[in-house]
Design a protein around this ligand. Structure first.
Ligand code: SF4
Ligand code: SF4
Length: 93
């Protein structure tokens, strides 16, 4: 999943994955995500967020709601919140 895409600011990548640098668990919204799915901490966001780019995965998880996109992300990687936190994913490490 490497072909670059335009980010639609759908918010899914700030909710679905666990992000060790932020102490964020799977499926839990980042504390910095605002109601418009924008980052309140954009200038100080960690490197893992800075280096993340939209790619073909964003198309695969497309859905009408944030909850549905997060569910599709977790299903795509066979991740279960509470069980698979901090499992190594190639896209976020
Ligand atoms: S999942 Fe993809 S489209 Fe949605 S905010 Fe993240 S990078 Fe952008
Ligand atoms: S710090 Fe910002 S960019 Fe990174 S996961 Fe949180 S809201 Fe998203």
């Amino acid at each position: 999943m490497s072909t670059k895409r335009e980010c639609t600011r759908c918010g899914a990548c700030c909710v679905a994955p666990d992000i060790a640098a932020l102490g964020k668990a799977l499926g839990v919204p980042c504390i910095h995500l605002d109601e418009q799915n924008l980052c309140r901490n954009y200038e100080q966001r960690p490197e893992v967020c800075r280096s993340y780019e939209a790619d073909a995965m964003c198309d695969l998880i497309d859905a009408p709601t944030l909850d549905a996109r997060v569910a599709k992300y977790l299903a795509l990687f066979s991740l279960v919140p509470g069980r698979d936190d901090h499992r190594r994913l190639p896209i976020l490490r």
